[in-house]
Design a protein. Sequence first.
Length: 362
Amino acid sequence: MPAWGRRELDEAAAGHPGRSAVVAEQRDEWLGRRRIHLRLRFLQGESTGSYVTRLAARNNRPAQEVLRSMGTGPVPVDPQYTEMYVSRYARERLATLAGHTVAEMQERLIGLRDEFLMPKTAKDDWEWPWDARAGYIVQACSLCAARRGTRSPAWLILPDPWQVCLRHQRWTDNSRSTNHPYIDLSELAEVVRAQQRLNRIRKRLGPAGRWVFADACSILVRSGYLEDPAQTRQWGVLAAELGEQRVRPLAQFSRLSLLTRDLAWLEVRRLNGVLGSTEYQDWLPRTTSRHGYRFIEPLTVWHRQHRPLKQGIPQLCSGDVPSSTVVRRVTGHALPSPLAPVEELTCLPWVRMPNSMDRLFL
């Protein structure tokens, strides 16, 4: 991937009118009407900026040349810094260049969905705002990227600032460390098991699995349970090498997954309309006993807000999602958008974790 200067980043972020000489001021309607020579395999969760940059590199072209076929806009930015947003016109041109339909591109690249398109009144066909509008830029597992034909770093746009690759047992996050681009999980079996547990919950609960996870995050923070990596030798060694802030999410990941599991046990029965009063009453003392006195208050608040439903919404778990209005009226939750952060999805008042940062690399 090319190196990008701070000047280019600042100009792009500020919408600076100055553009590279190779970018035309007017659209060339003849460009972007034919598929580019070599196609590119998708990476799950990849950002639009990363995909466009990889597509250019795959065809041995500068990123600016590929962008010129998509319309007009500012100089490109290294995709490790932010997401790229496009107009409807640029999305159509990109789909043609990539050899896919617009529907296929929207399915594989979240940033190309209608909710993330640039306004119709925008003067350019793409932009690179300094901060992504939603989600976090997280480095993709390099081994997964290599399986899809790229040796340079690839970048994902995700609702959480980390990703666990179970295939290669790697944890990547939104840090920009070149010495430690990932954390090896081969000796951290509890983190692997935690991700497997979360995957099972999401498969069982469907879209509701995301807000259950958000509630678990909120309960963890509200409880004051902040696992100190330095207290155990295993986490202390990692914290000394990578920094406590980067290691803390791993140290808490197992607890977070167990909380999510216990919330999901109640929620799946509630949504299917089969949660009995006895099951409901027994859940709170059993769960607080399992997690400890620190969690009594937030678990009690959550429990009160998730009483049995007279009529459940089993479609949420089966994948046939009803309207968002019905879901919010019955459950109190909104249907999650693909990049909605946990603080927007939880039904509990969000409490920011002490010393937390939104962008670890800034």
